[in-house]
Write a protein that binds this ligand. Structure first.
Ligand code: NAD
Length: 314
């Protein structure tokens, strides 16, 4: 049995990871989450003996020390972070607190002989793009906003702990990910929920800004293969999908796929933080998962049916 800690494991990506690890029946998983944006009900219920739940804050030293002391973990997935464009821009001080969590994860992982730390970084480290597609090794990082700078610092810390203390790491640079359980802060969830209620869909600016969207199953398959196949050790991997779509087209697609009567309303463009373009080079990820990435049309189907069911239940 592999003993694994997932910080932020009650969140969107974390809970899918936890479920996938437990499904292998070869892992004991501990989830540490403060439920600031995650939900306990996201956690799977079918392997209670193999899942240990801790309600706590990664940025609190005592909590992390106790968790690491009793866990006897082999691997740590550090996914806890303040997320969401609006939240991170409104609370930059809160974002900076995540630097404490990074230090705790790394210091204690070193102390406890963890085999590898997997870090959820972000496409935001690329900042306003200097080239497309964005490549892990060759594209310069252009981070400026607090969330992006903290993710960038997290990457630097991973490399430093490896270089000086020989702690292995893998950095996942997640690009926009979507799927069931994602919170309302994110564009596909927001558009889908509005469309299902036939409410107006608001977009910033003219909607020509493009995004790329990675279905959660592609994300999980890549990250779990990195773990189980011992791949991407001391490397950075973009986890995303290179297909670009404009925000306006995305809204129209969701309206069509939900059969909605929502109208699209344009708001003034955001002053900052709304990147015009972003596109990962996914060669490394595609090699890792060894199959084509899921197209958006297909991925939207399970996302829409999840939110449709939730709307019917509420
Ligand atoms: N979803 C994406 O498209 C995306 C893109 C880039 C990077 N990421 C990164 O992936 C990770 C997971 O994101 P997500 O989309 O699942 O978001 P999420 O909000 O669903 O998950 C984050 C989880 O971390 C928990 N958390 C936050 N701060 C914590 C703290 N101090 N202590 C303990 N728990 C804490 C939250 O309660 C939540 O459950 C984050 O690190 C995020 O920055 C996500």
């Amino acid at each position: 049995m592999k003993r694994i800690l997932v910080t932020g494991g009650a969140g969107f990506i974390g809970s899918w990871l936890v479920e996938s690890l437990l499904d292998t029946q070869s892992c004991h998983v501990t989830v540490l989450d403060d439920l600031s944006t995650g939900q306990h009900q996201h956690l799977p219920t079918n392997y209670p003996k193999h899942l240990h739940w801790i309600h706590g804050n990664v940025n609190d030293r005592g909590t992390m020390e106790a968790c690491m002391k009793h866990g006897a973990f082999d691997h740590v997935f550090h996914y806890a972070a303040v997320v969401g464009v609006a939240r991170t821009q409104k609370h930059p001080m809160k974002v900076l607190e995540d630097i404490d969590g990074l230090r705790h994860v790394l210091e204690l992982s070193h102390q406890h002989g963890i085999q590898r730390v997997f870090f959820a970084s972000s496409s935001e480290v690329y900042g306003e793009p200097v080239e497309l597609p964005q490549h892990e090794e060759t594209t310069p990082l252009n981070s400026r906003l607090p969330y992006a700078v903290v993710k960038n610092l997290g990457e630097v810390m991973m490399r430093a702990y490896h270089q000086e203390l020989n702690l292995p790491y893998t950095i996942f640079r997640f690009f926009n990910t979507y799927g069931p359980r994602q919170s309302e802060d994110f564009v596909i969830t927001r558009f889908t929920q509005l469309a299902l209620k036939n409410l107006p869909i608001t977009i910033y600016g003219d909607g020509s800004q493009t995004r790329t969207f990675c279905h959660i199953t592609d994300n999980i398959q890549a990250t779990t293969k990195a773990l189980f196949q011992g791949r991407c050790v001391n490397e950075v991997v973009n986890i995303g999908n290179p297909h670009q779509i404009s925000i306006l087209e995305l809204a129209a697609k969701i309206i069509e796929q939900t059969g909605s009567h929502s109208e699209i309303i344009h708001l003034p463009a955001l002053p900052e933080g709304d990147m015009q373009r972003r596109q990962p080079d996914t060669s490394k990820m595609e090699q890792l998962i060894g199959r084509p990435l899921k197209p958006l049309d297909e991925g939207l189907m399970d996302t829409i049916s999840y939110f449709r069911q939730r709307a019917q239940e509420s």
